[in-house]
Design a binder for this molecule. Structure first.
Ligand SMILES: Nc1nc2c(ncn2[C@@H]2O[C@H](COP(=O)(O)OP(=O)(O)OP(=O)(O)O)[C@@H](O)[C@H]2O)c(=O)[nH]1
Ligand SMILES: [Mg+2]
Length: 457
């Protein structure tokens, strides 16, 4: 934690909504060796390169998500296609973005990664694999394949990055209790301090060094009754202290807006608990601040009576009285406490839809009588098929038959002339059987509907 840099009261952008698009794999090539004196040179089409991936790396040198929030379109480089003479395409370069320690990456509310250790890397969007060149499709039966795959598209989605500050100690309390004054007294942070409520609008973090030990303390805006529900500056900042190990709860002996200190303590306790049960479980030290005020001592005694089980300190953040004793206690307590793990990052296998097999697909009939086929596997297959090659069409038909799509379509009511849509491609489904190599077997012919490539010859 000691690597955390002092965060002066800069605007604190703590979420970023980003669009990730990893690089597309390069297309494979279909080519044949053509050389003098070498008749019937075999296929020599190289494979496409691998598309670049997008990585997030945790570093203490960055403290906000500001940069990323301002440049939300994040792409990694596409790969280049393979060529003749077995030349493989070049890989696209990866894109690496540095994020602050404590950054959580989410996709549709699923936590993908929780980056809290320096140097921790997370591949947020995987580049597409390169399409295979026709060398890969050579078999004993087809020594001259005119089939090559297109590159796989890179992973693409919208992600949310969230930063919850990794501080060891969280300063909480009503507005005006002196939280910022205390942070300024014990660290190099220079938060705004003033004699009115809600002076602090954004969290501040400061490194405290005391008797050779260091820890990070976060000062968050004051809480009021109903804060967990969004009152005042509300719950926006409570998440920053979710991961702290220790709470220092500051109490103003003058109370707040006519509320007595004892009630004020209970209100804050309740707000913390309502926001998150974890906050109620954290060790919390009560600190009566402003001991230079005449009523402070009495309030301290009263609270000691009312909250017998709790540790209660009496300090003056302004004069420094009692602060050393408080810090002595904090550095003694910290090593005995641990921060809870808030998130369980999702399994990698759940994340990469590209690992889904082609067999999983659904068929839906739309109002316009189009059979919509959906499924990560079949969509990827379509993206990787080179529709300019008749042999690739045949290969697609064979795969469709193998995975049971013909059967499923017929069962769903498809007849000759029915339209079938998969990803961005539309086909005309024809019952007319065509001979398919092996005698006695029939293939169902999918015909391209649009004009881009013309019909299958
Ligand atoms: N007399 C006295 N005044 C103090 C002491 N500590 C803080 N104050 C004053 O209390 C007022 C509020 O202090 P802040 O540190 O801004 O309080 P805060 O808890 O950060 O308030 P918010 O940011 O609004 O939540 C300021 O006028 C401080 O000068 C203290 O020990 N003694
Ligand atoms: Mg403040």
């Amino acid at each position: 934690m000691t690597q955390l840099k002092t965060q002066r009261s800069a605007t604190f952008i703590d979420t970023a909504h980003v669009y990730l698009k990893a690089g597309k794999g390069g297309n494979g090539a279909s080519s044949f060796r053509r050389e003098k004196y070498i008749p019937y040179g075999g296929p020599d089409g190289g494979h496409g390169g691998k598309g670049g991936s997008i990585w997030f790396v945790a570093t203490p040198n960055v403290t906000t998500l500001r940069e990323i929030a301002f440049h939300p379109h994040i792409t990694a480089e596409d790969a280049t296609p393979g060529g003749g003479n077995r030349r493989d395409g070049a890989n696209g370069s990866d894109k690496t973005l540095y994020v602050p320690l404590g950054t959580v990456v989410k996709r549709e509310d699923v936590v993908l990664a929780d980056l809290k250790v320096e140097g921790q890397r997370f591949c947020a969007a995987k580049g597409g694999r390169g399409g295979r060149g026709n060398t890969a499709f050579k078999t004993r039966f087809n020594t001259a394949p005119k089939i090559s795959e297109n590159g796989e598209p890179g992973e693409e989605y919208e992600a949310w990055l969230e930063l919850s500050v990794l501080a060891d100690v969280g300063l909480v309390g009503f507005p005006n209790a002196g939280k910022s004054t205390l942070l300024a007294a014990v660290s190099a942070a220079r938060p705004k301090i003033a004699g009115y409520p809600f002076t602090t609008l954004n969290p501040n973090i400061g490194m405290v060094t005391h008797k050779g030990k260091s820890f990070a303390a976060a000062d968050i805006p004051g809480l009021i009754e109903g804060a967990h529900d969004g009152k005042g500056l509300g719950d926006t900042f409570l998440k920053h202290i979710l991961r702290t190990k220790l709470l220092v709860h500051l109490v103003d002996p003058a109370g707040f807006n006519g509320m007595k200190p004892e009630k004020a303590v209970r209100v804050i306790d309740k707000e913390l608990k309502e926001y998150h049960p974890l906050l109620a479980k954290k060790t919390a030290i009560l600190v009566v601040n402003k001991s230079d005020l005449p009523e402070a001592e009495k309030v301290h005694e009263l609270l000691q009576k009312k909250f017998k089980k709790r540790e209660i300190f009496l300090i003056s953040a302004a004069t420094g009285k009692g602060v050393t004793k408080l810090l002595d206690r904090v550095i003694k307590l910290l090593p005995t406490l641990k921060a809870e793990d808030l998130y369980q990052a999702a399994d990698d296998n759940v994340r990469f839809a590209t690992k889904v097999s082609a067999r999983g697909f659904t068929i839906k009939l739309t109002d316009e009588n189009v059979f919509m086929v959906a499924g990560a596997g079949v969509e990827k297959l379509i993206a990787m098929t080179n529709f300019a090659q008749p042999d690739s069409w045949d290969r697609l038909h064979r795969i469709f038959r193998t995975i049971g799509m013909d059967k499923a379509l017929r069962k769903a009511g498809a007849v000759a002339g029915s339209l079938v849509r998969i990803a961005d491609k539309e086909f005309e489904w024809s019952e007319a059987p065509i001979p398919s190599g092996k005698p006695g077997k029939f293939a169902y012919k999918y015909r391209r509907f649009d004009e881009e490539y013309g019909d299958k010859p």
